[in-house]
Design a protein around this ligand. Structure first.
Ligand code: 9PG
Length: 483
């Protein structure tokens, strides 16, 4: 069939025209193309997974070491010899436009090679097929996703202070109260406590560093006009947790009955089978508990774990199981609680969460070359990895607040040079999500003023090309930073 002057061979069980393209149906659909070994628009599975244009001239290289794969991208395709992505994908045509295929529901995979673009899923799926300018095609796809999955990005995103990228897990009640006091006069809306407050992964009660309990900090934040925010990883637990010891039968296992490893940090951790009624009740209770402490902004992390391959009680497709668990969390939290999904399957989270991390962690240094180059892992913490993947996920903006992770204004404990700090600050402006972890005490007078001005500024942002933007009167070009 001819589309925009090119010959494509389409196999699908149904094809009909829609605004800007076609709607296809099928468990598997395939589009034969004439473009050969061109560039592939890859969209990794979850927040931290790579999103980028990659060349079909080189074979994909599996991430090393193998144990890290479950927390980097969809482990089911870690060894695939074919380039692939989650939910959507495209390939570059001779004229620079894109042949695009995107699923209109969760649980889909896209593969690309020199002859075809293929979509497949665990069940019958509806797809959007188009050939056109990348920006236009992605905008139309986002419009269709809003009708099938919903969109929740109406208000501007809150300005967030997050404890992770300065103190990491070395936080305490005293430090958080001191930070709240130091933030007086800076226009933040959320004070978010990250990893380090809990007893264990799985045991979501305050540890000895928070002797007065979590309510105290929530109250202090509130009294200063800040929405209290809390980090949780509700779908995972370490084997040393009370949760795991009391309910070993709640965890995801494979067909042989062996536990499915969900990641390697903290000595390894496992994923809950979120289709079990007992687990679903536990999730409801957990969310109601932290809500009861006063938290109205929840950063929910390592969410991919609920959608890992495994044998589930309800036998549901894994992204459907994940989405149902997220729906239960949304219901328990209520509509007004802000949910930021992190380490989260992208498509399956849409419509249920307010914010979505769209890249790997930033770090106070530019590159993570050992992991990126020698271990083929573009998900390691670094400013560069965060910039690259986030820039290729900005098409999500009409559907969800896109969080490219924090920016830095501090020079203390920071290897980023001024231009590198500025590029992250601009990325946050174009993504529309402002956050930092800089403790007020670490900033000198000038840095504090710069942070304040950046938080206050609200310049209009216009995308003028794949990597170029107008921010107010400034032309910003990210392409030179992508090598
Ligand atoms: C807290 C952190 C912060 C951060 C999150 C997430 O693959 N990994 O080993 C890996 C570890 C930590 C991590 C991401 C990946 O960071 O993105 O903002 O909340 O957890 O532990």
């Amino acid at each position: 069939m001819q589309i925009q002057g090119y010959d494509f061979h389409i196999s699908a069980s149904r094809l009909e025209e829609t605004l800007g393209g076609y709607l296809l149906s099928g468990k598997t659909v395939q589009i034969g193309h004439p473009f050969g070994r061109t560039m592939f628009f890859k969209q990794g599975w979850q927040s931290w997974s790579e999103a980028a244009w990659v060349s079909l001239k080189e074979n994909p290289k599996p991430i090393l070491p193998p144990e890290r794969r479950p927390q980097c991208d969809d482990p089911a395709y870690a060894l695939s010899p074919v380039h692939s992505g989650s939910g959507l994908g495209g390939i570059e045509g001779y004229d620079g436009r894109m042949l695009f295929l995107g699923a209109l529901r969760p649980g889909a995979r896209i593969e690309a090679d020199r002859l075809s673009l293929k979509g497949f899923g665990e069940h019958e799926i509806e797809w959007f097929l188009a050939y056109g300018e990348t920006g236009e095609v992605l905008a139309r796809y986002a419009e269709l996703l809003a009708t099938t999955l919903g969109a929740r990005a109406q208000q501007p995103a809150p300005r967030v202070w997050c404890s992770w990228y300065s103190y990491y897990s070395d936080i305490s009640e005293g430090l958080m109260l001191q930070t709240i006091a130091g933030l007086r006069g800076l226009p933040f809306e959320v004070l978010q406590i990250d990893d380090g407050w809990q007893q264990n992964m799985g045991d979501w009660e305050p540890n000895h560093k928070f002797p007065s309990g979590m309510r105290t900090i929530a109250l202090r934040a509130q009294s200063q006009g800040l929405t209290p925010g809390l980090w949780l990883a509700p779908f995972i637990a370490r084997p040393s947790s009370k949760l795991f010891k009391e309910h070993p039968d709640w965890f995801l296992r494979d067909e042989k009955g062996d536990l499915v490893p969900a990641g390697i940090n903290w000595g390894g951790f496992y994923a809950l089978d979120v289709t079990l009624p007992g687990v679903q009740n536990w999730l409801r209770n957990l969310i109601q508990t932290v809500r009861g402490w006063g938290y109205r902004y929840l950063k929910l992390d390592f969410l991919y774990a609920a959608a890992l391959p495994g044998h589930r009680h309800a036998g549901e497709a894994r992204e459907d199981a994940y989405r149902e668990a997220l729906r239960i969390i949304r219901e328990a939290a209520g509509d007004e609680v802000y949910i930021l999904a992190c380490g989260a399957p992208i498509i399956a989270s849409l419509g249920l969460v307010d914010g979505l991390r769209i890249g790997p962690d930033v770090a106070p240094y530019w590159d993570n070359e050992d992991r990126r180059v020698f271990l083929h892992d573009p998900t390691g913490p670094s400013a560069y990895n965060a910039l690259r993947t986030s820039l290729h996920r900005l098409w999500l903006k009409p559907l969800v607040h896109t969080d490219p992770d924090v920016v830095y204004f501090r020079t203390r404990y920071n290897l980023l040079n001024p231009a590198q700090r500025a590029v992250l600050q601009d990325l946050a402006l174009v993504a529309g999500f402002k956050a930092t972890s800089d403790p007020p005490e670490w900033l000198d007078g000038e840095e504090r003023e710069q942070l304040k001005a950046w938080l206050e500024a609200n310049p209009p942002v216009e995308q003028t090309g794949p990597y170029t933007f107008k921010i107010g009167e400034r032309e910003v070009d990210f392409s030179s930073w992508l090598e």
